[in-house]
Design a protein around this ligand. Structure first.
Ligand SMILES: [Zn+2]
Length: 747
């Protein structure tokens, strides 16, 4: 009914200008539509339609990475969206109105949004203040640069001290405030200002801001919740940088609508997109609205909880409706489990959680107390050779040295990928957790279980080579350490009942399920092989073979991004997990992802991330496996390279084409490698390790220029016939000049 009331208020506004007449007319039509569509949601959209008037597009910038928000109830409505991802919303609160956008550029009057959407900005001002005449509207701001540019754009503006906000008459005033300057004590003032009829305009680069404050209980979301919405940590590119007005999205972008339908789910026939949207808006809000308790809002919560998680639910086929509710339950249970990780008493009350991944120990596995040695000079995850059974409490006794540092923590689980953003979950979206080791004894309880690590802070000047942590409540897990564990010890370890184990060297740690552990008879051979891969990467990257800390690699039933991805750990899908403990087979994927971990930002320019990474892949194939890939029969065989180049040339050697296709991109470097050899690459790469900050590239163009200028100087040839004539590399004029001064290319 909110929406209906809103329409009536608007219909009685005096139609001073044509635009107002148009608005009243539109409002009237909307009213009819509202009556005709028995479902209330159409009315919410009409606010957007009214504001947009006859403007059909909002222009943004392709550079803006928009934060995504969730609308909690019908006091808010979507204003700009891509599909069902809302990045701009309007809202009403008491007598007042406002806007929120998922990028700060929308609230910075010196940026493109104000300049490129002049009529839309005016319409927004009119709607928010309920004033038809823009000259009667004043912006209140705290930023001189906002103030100056508002004046330049012809708007009235006043500087405001937020402490005195409510001394002002809110009528006809819009608060436009730098979002990162809001403090807790401002929230009530802003709320009161809006409630009394003031307007509020918020633009927040939420994915950035929420990283720097508590995303749930920090000032940004506490304030925005008062206006019926929350920002999430997710964001998106908007490639064509325009939004159609009004947005076409599912009614379920509003959580209260989603809940309403959820409570009637037996009778609903939802489209796929509505189904996904209903699910996402509830799940996303669960993560960012701590006041929301799904078990209280959803009348059938207990009924479904029992039906969807029977002991043997694993392989049963779920109907689509069941999948909706299952996902909601998983999200709900997962967030509970997460918040109870450091509250073992509560964690022990969690029931009905599916603990099939990463897995339960074999029955009879003994719970032990074990002292583990940790080297404080090696940062990040120190393996303990212990596994936390799901739902059981693990207690760590923290040594004085670690307590003093205050920076150690315990981690349970190596599967650190978050899957909240995925439409389908093959496991719970967040199954590994950490807690600070800030007391003499710390107890944690992971509902999902997992391998136990002590997380060692970086940059510690180690006084000793080892400190001891006592861990109790865990079971022992296989941990092979190259150079320490004997063959006999390994054979004994394989009998341990933990569902996961690890093989480690100073250079890499491989985490695999029990099945793969059991398949390894010669762990030394496996780990020497991995060491040789890491040494080969170090060789090309020109970094020492002795590493500060080992890399990590593991497999998961579902990962956050791509088929595999780089990082710590490198993540691979479960279907190739055998490759982690065999020393042969198709290694492109592993070589590639570990290659990413050796790229240097200073020589990776736009479009080359997935290109220069494969220098490492090719180098490993060629020097380690002795199976070069740029020869007949190889992945980058001459025939393939030739046809890729010819098609590039036929299409006019467009650099955007080069950037779009990493394998075409690689052909350029294969040509350079075939002419000049890997040593030229190594000498070029090596230079970057000793650059002073003044010498480092500052822009994308400088990255590209420097890479090719440095390479050309190393080979001491004018490489422009290859780079420019043949490939159309967009070098700057300066770079071309420098390269052309080198000796001409030899035949
Ligand atoms: Zn990649």
């Amino acid at each position: 009914m909110y929406a209906l009331r809103r329409l009536i208020i608007d219909c009685f506004l005096p139609p001073v200008e044509t635009i107002m007449k148009l608005r009243v007319f539109t409002a009237f039509i909307c009213f009819i539509i509202y009556i005709m569509t028995s479902f209330g949601f159409a009315a919410t959209w009409e606010e957007s339609a009214k504001i947009a008037g006859d403007i059909k597009e909002l222009k943004a910038s392709p550079q803006w990475y928009h934060g995504i928000m969730v609308l909690l109830d019908e006091s808010a409505f979507p204003f700009a969206a891509v599909g069902n991802q809302v990045i701009g919303a309007g809202f009403e609160h008491g007598q007042g109105r406002g806007f929120a956008f998922g990028h700060s550029a929308y609230a910075e009057p010196y940026r493109e949004f104000f300049r490129d959407n002049p009529e839309l900005v005016k319409n927004m001002m009119r709607w928010a203040t309920k004033r038809s005449d823009v000259s009667q509207i004043t912006f209140l701001t705290n930023e001189t640069r906002y103030y100056n540019s508002l004046q330049r754009l012809g708007y009235k503006a006043e500087m405001i001290d937020l402490r005195k906000l409510n001394d002002k008459d809110p009528a006809g005033r819009i608060l436009l405030y730098e979002s990162s300057h809001f403090r807790f004590e401002d929230i009530d003032r802003v709320e009161e200002f809006v409630r009394r009829g003031g307007a509020f305009w918020m633009g927040c680069t939420s994915w950035w801001q929420l990283e720097h404050e508590d995303p749930i209980d920090g000032p940004t979301n506490v304030m925005m919740k008062k206006f019926g919405l929350v920002f999430t940590l997710s964001g998106m590119d908007v490639p064509n940088a325009t939004f159609s007005l009004p947005p076409q999205c599912s009614p379920y972008v509003i959580r209260s609508k989603a809940i309403q339908t959820l409570n009637n789910i037996e009778n609903e026939t939802l489209s796929d997109s509505d189904f996904q949207c209903l699910n996402n808006s509830i799940i996303n809000s669960l993560s960012f609205d701590s006041d929301f308790d799904l078990s209280k809002q959803w009348k059938d919560f207990d009924k479904y909880k029992v039906n969807l998680f029977p002991e043997s639910a694993g392989q049963r086929h779920f109907s689509r409706r069941e999948r909706i509710v299952k996902r909601l339950l998983m999200g709900y249970q997962n967030l509970r489990a997460k918040s109870y990780f450091t509250q073992p008493d509560k964690a022990e009350t969690l029931t009905g959680i599916d603990v099939s991944f990463p897995g339960k120990p074999e029955s009879g596995a003994v719970r032990v107390t074990k002292t583990v040695d940790v080297n404080p000079a090696v940062p990040d995850w120190a393996s303990t050779g212990l596994y936390a059974p799901p739902g059981e409490t693990i207690t760590v006794t923290v040594p004085e040295a670690a307590l003093k540092s205050g920076k150690y923590s315990i981690r349970i689980g190596c599967h650190k990928d978050l899957l909240w953003h995925k439409d389908e979950w093959l496991r719970y979206p967040e199954i590994s957790f950490t807690a600070p080791l800030n007391k003499q004894t710390v107890s944690v309880n992971s509902a999902f279980g997992g391998l136990i690590y002590i997380v060692v802070p970086g940059g510690a000047s180690a006084q000793t080579s080892s400190i001891q942590f006592e861990i109790s409540g865990a079971i022992e897990a296989p941990l092979y350490v190259l150079g320490k564990t004997t063959k006999e010890e390994w054979a004994e370890m394989k009998k341990l009942g933990a569902p996961w184990g690890e093989l480690a060297t100073d250079k890499i740690v491989v985490s695999v399920p029990r099945e793969q552990i059991l398949s390894v008879d010669d762990p030394e051979k496996v780990m020497r092989w991995w060491d040789s891969v890491l040494d080969t990467d170090a060789d090309l990257a020109c970094v020492p073979k002795e590493r500060k800390r080992p890399e990590r690699i593991t497999a998961d039933v579902q990962i956050s991004l791509g088929y595999m991805h780089s990082g710590y750990p490198v993540m691979t899908p479960m279907e190739v997990v055998d490759g982690l403990v065999s020393c042969h087979g198709d290694n492109w994927g592993y070589f590639h992802e570990l290659g990413h971990n050796h790229q240097n930002r200073d020589w990776v320019f736009t479009g080359s991330v997935e290109v220069s990474v494969n220098w490492f892949t090719l180098y490993c194939f060629e020097t380690l496996l002795k199976t070069p890939q740029d020869v007949p029969g190889g992945r980058m065989n001459p025939q393939r390279c030739k046809s890729m180049y010819e098609s590039y040339a036929r299409r006019g050697k467009n650099w955007d084409d080069w950037k779009r296709d990493p394998f075409l991109g690689l052909v350029l470097f294969i040509e350079l490698k075939q002419r000049y050899g890997w040593d030229a690459f190594k000498q070029t790469i090596a230079q970057y390790h000793s650059l002073s900050s003044a010498e480092r590239p500052r822009s994308d163009q400088e990255k590209l220029d420097q890479l090719f200028v440095r390479f050309s100087k190393v080979v001491n040839e004018n490489t422009l016939p290859i780079l420019v004539d043949r490939w159309n590399v967009p070098l700057s004029e300066d770079a071309k000049k420098t390269i052309s001064a080198l000796p001409p290319m030899r035949e």
